[in-house]
Design a protein around this ligand. Structure first.
Ligand code: GAR
Length: 201
C-alpha cells in the first residue's frame, strides 16, 4: 500500500536557508512521502518567500502589521494550517512567538530549529544573531544547533536532535552563525524524518 504524503507547513521570517534544505531534501527523496503545502511568512520581503515561489509552493503572509491583534493573527495562522490539512509544522527561522492556541491544536506536530545547544541560550530574548553574539561574549568554546518540539514555553520542548560545533577564539558572531547554520542544515532532514516516524504521521 502506498504511504500517505505528510503535509508540511513551514513558517519563516527571513533568509529561508533551512526552508531550502527541506525543499531539496523532499525533492531528492531524503525526506520521502512529504510535501510542503505552504510557507507562512511573518515578513513579506523575506528571501524565504522567493525561495518558496521558485518551487511553486503557495505562500501566505501574516505580519504583525496586518494583524496587530494577536488573536486575529493566531486565528489566521490556525486557519491556514487547517485549510491545508497540515500534518507537521516546521518553524524554520520563524522569529515570532507562536500563539498558544496553535501550539495546542498541533501538539507534538510543531518543531523548531534553534541556533544553540538548548537548554543553554534559549528563551524570549535569545534568537537569531543575538544568540551567537551572546555565546561569543560569554567565551563559550562550543555551540551548536537544536531541533525540538514546540511546547507552551519558549525553546523548552523536548529535544529531537542536537549537533555541536566549536567556537573558535577568532570567531565573530557572523562566522559562528554560518558554522551553526551548516549544522542546522545537516540536522533538519534527520529531525523531520524522525518526527514523521515518532508521531506516525
Ligand atoms: C536559523 O539560524 C535558526 O536557527 C534561527 O534563525 C535562523 C534562520 O535562518 N532561529 C531562531 O533563532 C529561532 N529562535 P534561515 O532563515 O536561513 O533558515
Amino acid at each position: 500500500m502506498k504511504k500517505k504524503q505528510v503535509r508540511i507547513s513551514v513558517l519563516v521570517s527571513g533568509n529561508g536557508s533551512n526552508l531550502q534544505v527541506l525543499i531539496d531534501a523532499i525533492e531528492n527523496g531524503i525526506v520521502p512521502n512529504a510535501k510542503i503545502v505552504q510557507v507562512i511568512s511573518s515578513n513579506a520581503s523575506a528571501y524565504a518567500v522567493e525561495r518558496a515561489q521558485n518551487h511553486d509552493i503557495p505562500v501566505n503572509i501574516i505580519t504583525k502589521h496586518d494583524y496587530a491583534d494577536i488573536r486575529d493573527r493566531m486565528d489566521a495562522i490556525l486557519e491556514m494550517l487547517q485549510l491545508e490539512n497540515t500534518d507537521l509544522v516546521v518553524l524554520a527561522g520563524y522569529l515570532s512567538i507562536l500563539p498558544q492556541k496553535v501550539i495546542k491544536a498541533y501538539e507534538n506536530r510543531i518543531i523548531n530549529i534553534h541556533p544553540a545547544l538548548l537548554p543553554k541560550y534559549g528563551g524570549k530574548e535569545c534568537y537569531g544573531m543575538k544568540v551567537h553574539e551572546r555565546i561569543i561574549e560569554a567565551g563559550e568554546t562550543e555551540s551548536g544547533a537544536t531541533i525540538h518540539y514546540v511546547d507552551e514555553g519558549i525553546d523548552t520542548g523536548k529535544i529531537i536532535v542536537q549537533g555541536v560545533v566549536p567556537v573558535r577564539p577568532s570567531d565573530t558572531a557572523e562566522l559562528l552563525k554560518e558554522r551553526v547554520l551548516k549544522k542546522e542544515h545537516e540536522l533538519l532532514p534527520i529531525a523531520v524524518n524522525q518526527v514523521i516516524k515518532e508521531q506516525m504521521l
